[in-house]
Each structure stands twice: as structure tokens, then as C-alpha cells.
Design a protein around this ligand. Structure first.
Ligand SMILES: Cc1cc2nc3c(=O)[nH]c(=O)nc-3n(C[C@H](O)[C@H](O)[C@H](O)COP(=O)(O)OP(=O)(O)OC[C@H]3O[C@@H](n4cnc5c(N)ncnc54)[C@H](O)[C@@H]3O)c2cc1C
Length: 665
């Protein structure tokens, strides 16, 4: 039996307002093993920790139960406090009487009763705890960044500048992400490519950065400090080392002028060749052949690009290559796209070429875009005299078609679009239909007010019910003015939809490979929304940019820097302490069935022939062996083991059933 000390925290009024702390102390005093019990205003404070340390020494405590907040908050604090006083840190158990009790209950009596039950369960468990020793594992001093948008670029540059090797895996032929598609950026209206291109070039030339473009992560194994990542380098059909980026191949590709292959970069507003660079400033400045559309790959004929290439860089025989690289840390920066608008038939997006999305508008206004920066209707190439912007298309939605969240950047980029159009074509009438205008951010509200006050953009608080294409080529917008409470029928030349943003497709696959969690909307989840916003709950996995949630470029760049600092902090260590709460196999009960190895997400279980000796047993047989460096203590093997041979140290089957028994007592 242990000598247990129970310490009940008031957490100011966080716990004490709902739980009768003194009563908890009095009731737990008589639990088996408890030799000391006390309460304090803030157990995590220095004074609180001193109290615990003194009690350990004075009462010869061998186990502690701290009744306080979630172990996610302060388990580390209390374990360190125990260790300082000479107690093994794994002899500490937390009874979470804040998040799981005082914060979710109102009735003081019932909450107090629940707090006692939670404390009782922790006491029962600590009675069965055994001291555990942390191990050590080395750290591979190289980081991987998945996604080469502004988030990935900035994260990689900051890690590389700190002196560490970093690789970027980008699935498109060039880095740059969405920002490379924009004309100008709020809130300063500086040219997007003027600020982005130098960073893209810096990435390409940085001695500590390796770029894998047109590549994807195919598999991940290992754990923090020691990830093994398989990267598929898709065949470009162009030799990167030989290509000079002269552009001859694109210019001569017969499919280029046909306009039959829609350019992904220009959102289908113009065509591209089968051998192509997505945009002029692409990094690397090396084209790829789109094999699905290329005549040579489809019919074996053509081959013009190979014939005219002055440096003989075109290589039709090239194959995908898989490389395996070791990393200490991984940053996910896979960004976003806008939602598919097929479900929003009322806005006539699929009916009229003059109903466009905001990203398409960015391309139309860009000097290197499909119209050379001249704003024109796609139907008749005439300059629109009247434009309607519709906000929150699929954002802040309460139906299953859209997203419940605010996409955060649309109010600002719409004000940007309106001002840029007015700057070029001051006679254009612009109306913005909005639900609310949301512009928190430095100089953001001033930016929006400039659109209203100086540029006379007409903001109407109201929802648009329908956009109806008219026989004369115009569009009729049917809406409600919510302030004047009247119906509006507005004739316009062009409609721009601020479609909701969503995480890039494929993020689920990435999250599954990394065992990183995602929320209901597929955004990557932080380890703690306030205190660990750039870390995933999975050790060694970090988050950067829109993949974590909607944000603008300034916020993305700040988050990228924060993620880089966390990565550098990890890579700066030579060794990491490993979690001792790992699985352990009892060979006596193991029948070598492989169930545990099949469910282990970390590949931590192998099999070996062992001599098993015990009551009535003396034979060599195949049994499971756990690699402690790989095991992350998830417990999947213990719950799946049909013979009860697998157990988790620190969370043994016996400990858990004893906890449950004490709760049901
Ligand atoms: C119309 C519009 C206008 C905007 N204008 C502004 C503005 O003026 N100012 C401003 O501050 N913000 C603006 N924003 C917001 C801005 O676009 C984002 O803040 C920024 O692009 C986020 O960068 P990111 O790197 O996180 O994502 P992205 O730019 O989406 O980059 C993600 C990258 O990851 C790659 N990727 C995705 N999945 C994978 C995978 N599985 N493997 C490898 N690579 C992958 C993608 O190809 C892409 O290159 C605007 C947004 C929109 C929609």
C-alpha cells in the first residue's frame, strides 16, 4: 500500500465556486492509502508546490493525487514538483475536478460528490502505480514542411535561417500557393508577387532548403525526433538539371493555342499548353508535362517539345521516384481552397460566365492574368459598368451546404477589390451585399471605411436570394435590404461571389498519415487553442497557415514564424525524453496472433521466438515484443489483444478496472 497525499486545488473560484473543496478533503482522508490531505487556493503556484514538496518529505509520501485542472494543463508541473522532492514523477495522478466537474456542473452538492468520486478513482489508481523511468531518443536535425504557400515558405525560411536543414514538399509544379494568384494584397495594397517572388527565390537558393515540387508525401512512420517520410516525386518529364526555363516548349506545344486544357492557376479562365509552367515567376522555373492531356502520352505522336528543346531536357521516359527521408519535426502548411459552388444554384455560378468567384476576379485583375489585368466580362469581353459583390457565400451557414464558420478574409478582400476597381475605372458602380462587415485587424476597419467614404462603394446589409441571367446578357440580383426592410431587384453586369474557404483537399489523408487530429471542418487541431496554437496534439507535428483555420497573410506569416521557433526548439535538442508509459507484453499469455502489430499505428510491435517459462509452461514460441522508442502509449494494442497479454505501463488493465470499480462503488 502506498502512502498517499491528496491535494485539492480551489483554482481561485474556478473550482471552489462549484465544489466544496473542504468537504472533498475531509471525505478523501479515509480512502485506503491516504495519509495526508489538504487544500490550497492555487496548487500550481510556487507556494502551492512548496506545500506539496514539504508534505512529501514530512509524511514520507510515496504517491500523490492532485485534484485540480486537466492533466493537459499541469500534470507536467506537478510531476516536476514531485521529482524535486525526491518522488518518482510517475507516482503522481491528477483528478480533473475543473474541466470534468466544476466547469460543467451547476449544482454544488452534486459537483462536490462527483469531485470526491474522481479523487477516489485517482487514489485507487495511484495505489497500483509503480515508479517508471523515462528513456532517451536521438533527434534528427532536419525538418519537413508540407505545402509551399506563404505559410510553408516563411516557416522553411525561418527554420533554415536558424541553421537547420529543411525540406518543402509541394504538390503543385511551383511553390507560391494562393498568394501567387493575387494582384494586390490588403491592407497595404502592395503587389502580391513583388513581396512573394523574392521569398520564393530565396527558398530556392537557400543552402539549407531542399525543394520537392510536384511531389507528395506518401507515407509517414516513426515518432517525434525520428520520422521516416516517403515522398513521391512525380515525373515532370523534364530534366530539372538540364532545363533552362527558356519557355520554348510551352510556346510551341500545339495544345497551347487550342485553349482546351483549362489552366488551374487561372481558375479555368484561359487555357494552357500540355507542357507548362503554372505562371511566369514559378519556382522552380521548370515546366512539367501534363501526361493526361499530352498528345505524345495519349497517342505516341507529336513529341514537338522534345524536338525543339535546345537543352534536350524533355524526357518522356522519366518515372515517379520515391525517396525516404528522416526528419525530426514536420510542419503542415497545406492551406486552403474555396468551396465548390455546385450546391449554390441560386447564384447562377454554373449558368453565367459573368458570375465569378473572388479568386477568379484576382486573376482577371492581374496584369499577368488571362485579360492582362483588364477587367472584362467573360461572356462578351466588355468592361462591366456595374458590379455586385455577394458576401458569405457558404460561410456562417446553418445548413449542410455551407460552413458554420466565418471565412475571415472575405470582408477585407472585397473592400480591396472594390477600391482597386474604382482606382482603375472610377465610373464603375459597386454594390456589396453583406450580413455583417467584419474587419478586426490593424488598420483593417480604416481600410473598409475608406472603401465606403472615399470610394463611395455602396454597402447594403442584406442577403441575396437569387441571381437571374437576363436575355440581354445582364444579371438580375434579387435581394433584401435588411435595414430598410425592402426587396431589391438590381440589374448588374457582373457578380462576384465571396465563397467560403475550406482546408485543401487531401488534408485528411495527411492528418491520418501523421496521426494529427482535425476538427469537424477538417482544419488541423491545435494542442491547446490558446497556449499551444501552432502545435498539433501529436508530438513533433506543427501547424502553419490556413490549414489550421482561416487567416490573412499577416497572421499566416506570424504563425509560420511561431511554428518555426517551435521546430527549432525541438531540433536544438540532441536527445528527447521518451514517454515511459509504453506497452509491455507478458509472454506467458501471448499467442503470437499479430492482432496487436496490425493495430499499432507506430509500427512499434514485432515478433520474436522466446523461451517462455511459467506454471506448466516451458517452451519456445513466437511472442510480441514492443520497441519502447517507437511506442507512443496509445493503448490500441492493449484493447485489441484477445489474450490480455498486452498491458500499458502507467495505465494497466488492473489500474483502469480498479478506477472503474472505485467509481461504481
Ligand atoms: C480571394 C482571396 C483574396 C485574398 N487576399 C488577401 C489579401 O489581399 N491579403 C491577405 O492578407 N490575405 C488575403 N487572402 C488570404 C490568403 O490567401 C491566405 O492568408 C494565405 O494564402 C494562406 O497561405 P497558406 O500558405 O496557409 O495557404 P495556401 O496559399 O493555400 O498554400 C498552401 C500550399 O500547400 C500546397 N498543398 C496543399 N495540399 C498539399 C499536399 N497534400 N501536399 C503538398 N502540398 C500541398 C498547395 O498547393 C499550396 O501551394 C485572400 C484569400 C482569398 C481567397
Amino acid at each position: 500500500m502506498q502512502r498517499i497525499g491528496v491535494f485539492v486545488c480551489h483554482c481561485g473560484t474556478n473550482i471552489a465556486a462549484t465544489v466544496d473543496v473542504k468537504k472533498v478533503v475531509e471525505l478523501v482522508r479515509f480512502e485506503p492509502g491516504v495519509v495526508f490531505a489538504d487544500d490550497y487556493m492555487y496548487m500550481c503556484s510556487e507556494a502551492g508546490q512548496e506545500k506539496i514538496g514539504e508534505a512529501i518529505k514530512e509524511h514520507g509520501l510515496t504517491g500523490l493525487v492532485i485534484c485540480s485542472c486537466s492533466p493537459r494543463m499541469h500534470e507536467k508541473t506537478f510531476r516536476a514538483c514531485a521529482e524535486k522532492a525526491g518522488l518518482n514523477p510517475y507516482m503522481v495522478e491528477i483528478a480533473n475536478i475543473r474541466e470534468q466537474c466544476s466547469w460543467i456542473h451547476k449544482d454544488r452538492e452534486e459537483a462536490t460528490e462527483k469531485a470526491v468520486i474522481l479523487a477516489r478513482a485517482a487514489i485507487a489508481k495511484v495505489n497500483l502505480n509503480a515508479p517508471l523511468q523515462e528513456g532517451e531518443s536521438p533527434v534528427t536535425k532536419r525538418a519537413l514542411v508540407i505545402g509551399g504557400g506563404i505559410a510553408g515558405i516563411q516557416t522553411a525560411l525561418d527554420i533554415a535561417d536558424a541553421g537547420y536543414q529543411v525540406d518543402i514538399v509541394e504538390r503543385e509544379p511551383s511553390i507560391g500557393g494562393r498568394m501567387s494568384q493575387f494582384d494586390k494584397t490588403f491592407p497595404t495594397l502592395d503587389c502580391a508577387s513583388c513581396i512573394l517572388t523574392p521569398k520564393m527565390v530565396e527558398v530556392n537558393q537557400h543552402p539549407n532548403i531542399t525543394l520537392y515540387t510536384y511531389s507528395e508525401v506518401e507515407g509517414v512512420s516513426g515518432y517525434v525526433g525520428n520520422f521516416d517520410v516517403q515522398i513521391r516525386k512525380k515525373a515532370r518529364s523534364v530534366d530539372m538539371a538540364a532545363c533552362t526555363g527558356c519557355g520554348e516548349c510551352q510556346a510551341k506545344c500545339p495544345l497551347g493555342k487550342s485553349g482546351k486544357i483549362p489552366s488551374e492557376f487561372d481558375r479555368g479562365l484561359r487555357g494552357r499548353s500540355a507542357i507548362y509552367m503554372p505562371f511566369a515567376q514559378a519556382v522552380p522555373a521548370v515546366p512539367v508535362i501534363d501526361r493526361e492531356n499530352c498528345t505524345y502520352f495519349k497517342t505516341g505522336k507529336c513529341g514537338i517539345c522534345a524536338k525543339i528543346c535546345p537543352s534536350k531536357a524533355v524526357n518522356y521516359e522519366q518515372e515517379d521516384e520515391i525517396v525516404t527521408v528522416k526528419y525530426g519535426a514536420i510542419v503542415v502548411a497545406t492551406g486552403f481552397d474555396i468551396i465548390n459552388l455546385d450546391k449554390y444554384g441560386e447564384y447562377a455560378y454554373n449558368e453565367s460566365p459573368d458570375v465569378i468567384t473572388s479568386i477568379e476576379l484576382e486573376r482577371l485583375m492581374n496584369a499577368s492574368g488571362p485579360t492582362g489585368g483588364h477587367l472584362e466580362r467573360m461572356s462578351d469581353h466588355k468592361q462591366p459598368k456595374d458590379i455586385v459583390f455577394i458576401q458569405c457565400v457558404g460561410s456562417r451557414c446553418d445548413d449542410e451546404r455551407g460552413k458554420p464558420y466565418c471565412s475571415k478574409v472575405c470582408c477585407m478582400y472585397t473592400a480591396k477589390h472594390a477600391m482597386l476597381i474604382k482606382d482603375h475605372w472610377p465610373d464603375t458602380n459597386i454594390t456589396v451585399f453583406y450580413i455583417d462587415v467584419r474587419t478586426p485587424g490593424k488598420n483593417f476597419d480604416e481600410f473598409y471605411r475608406r472603401a465606403v467614404e472615399q470610394y463611395h462603394v455602396n454597402y447594403v446589409k442584406g442577403q441575396v436570394g437569387k441571381v437571374i441571367p437576363q436575355p440581354d446578357g445582364s444579371l438580375m440580383v434579387q435581394a433584401v435590404d435588411m435595414l430598410d426592410n425592402k426587396q431589391i431587384m438590381k440589374k448588374t453586369d457582373m457578380v462576384v461571389l465571396a465563397a467560403a474557404i475550406e482546408p485543401n483537399k487531401g488534408v485528411r489523408k495527411i492528418a491520418t498519415m501523421l496521426t494529427a487530429s482535425i476538427d469537424n471542418n477538417d482544419f488541423l487541431t491545435e494542442a491547446h487553442a490558446k497556449l499551444r496554437p501552432v502545435e498539433s496534439p501529436t508530438a513533433g507535428i506543427f501547424l502553419s497557415g490556413m490549414a489550421q483555420g482561416p487567416k490573412d497573410i499577416p497572421e499566416t506569416v506570424s504563425q509560420a514564424g511561431a511554428a518555426a521557433v517551435k521546430v527549432v526548439g525541438l531540433l536544438a535538442k540532441d536527445k528527447l525524453k521518451t514517454n515511459p508509459c509504453t506497452a509491455k507484453c507478458d509472454p506467458m499469455f501471448c499467442n503470437g496472433c499479430s492482432t496487436c502489430a496490425n493495430v499499432c499505428p507506430y509500427g512499434a510491435i514485432t515478433y520474436e521466438d522466446q523461451l517462455v517459462r511459467g506454471p506448466g509452461v516451458n517452451e519456445t514460441r513466437r511472442v510480441a515484443v514492443v520497441n519502447n522508442a517507437l511506442c507512443q502509449g496509445c493503448g490500441a494494442c492493449t484493447t485489441s489483444c484477445p489474450s490480455g497479454a498486452m498491458d500499458l505501463q502507467g495505465f494497466s488493465n488492473r489500474q483502469i478496472t480498479t478506477e472503474v470499480d472505485s467509481i461504481c462503488r
